[in-house]
Unconditional design. Structure first.
Length: 252
């Protein structure tokens, strides 16, 4: 039965290959251990692993988006709030990600949470709300330093939401409203100051050139006449009235 023996042999070889063969995607690497010792990194493509002798850990090299859950923070000026963030990181050395840390994903997540609480707890509320770029850069620098021995590169950290207590939100709203009123009063007072300065200059010019006062008087009459007024009161210059009074006195 040589034909049957050949078929059994071929089937056995195919079965062994099926067990040993692993297909890795372009973004994956296999950290291979032989009899418990690290023997190299393989992939992408087909990778043969001998059962009972070898084993492998499949590692993705794509960027991972880690959502840091809301953390309870007490700022330096004793304001309690909740802050969450998002961390973007990538495994750049698959061997260190397996050999240097038990679970790099879990370790990075826990590190991000503790670092977020530690960094924001040293800041005051105003700084936390206004210096977002500075905070993100500091968080990214600290995380990247710690995860570098794990073969993990922290690419970016973003603080997402800062949830303030209701009473703090109301206090900040009142403060913002008071600030807007203060700026409006300053602008109004500056306008009044400029107007008074212009009026003083106009009065000075009119005192030196009395004819300008008469021209302004005529211009005012034209402006009044252009409006739809039912009753118009025309101002009468005192110097003209004084001239008529003097003439009447002389005739008497």
């Amino acid at each position: 039965m040589p034909g049957m023996h050949t078929i059994v042999t071929v089937a056995s070889v195919l079965f062994i290959l099926l067990i040993c063969l692993n297909i890795l995607n372009e973004y994956e690497r296999a950290v291979v251990f032989t009899l418990g010792r690290f023997t190299g990194i393989k992939g992408p493509g087909p990778v043969l692993i001998v059962p009972l002798v070898q084993r492998m850990s499949r590692i993705s090299l794509r960027t991972v988006v880690l959502d840091v859950p809301p953390q309870d923070i007490i700022t330096r000026d004793n304001v309690s709030l909740k802050v969450n963030a998002v961390v973007y990181y990538q495994v750049v050395d698959a061997s260190r990600a397996v050999l240097q840390v038990e679970n790099y994903y879990y370790a990075t997540s826990q590190l991000a949470q503790t670092t977020l609480r530690g960094v924001l707890g040293k800041m005051e509320l105003d700084e936390l709300l206004s210096a977002r770029d500075k905070i993100n850069a500091e968080l990214q620098h600290i995380l990247d330093q710690v995860t570098e021995p794990w073969g993990v590169k922290v690419e970016k950290v973003e603080v997402k939401n800062v949830d303030l207590p209701q009473e703090m939100q109301r206090a900040m709203a009142k403060q913002a409203e008071a600030e807007r009123e203060r700026r409006a009063k300053i602008i109004h007072s500056e306008g009044e100051l400029q107007a008074s300065a212009n009026l003083a200059k106009a009065a000075e010019v009119m005192s030196k050139h009395p004819a300008t006062l008469q021209l302004r008087y005529l211009q005012t009459l034209v402006e009044i006449g252009a409006e739809n007024n039912s009753t118009i009161v025309f101002p009468f210059p005192l110097d003209i009235a004084a001239a008529f009074l003097r003439k009447a006195a002389d005739s008497n």
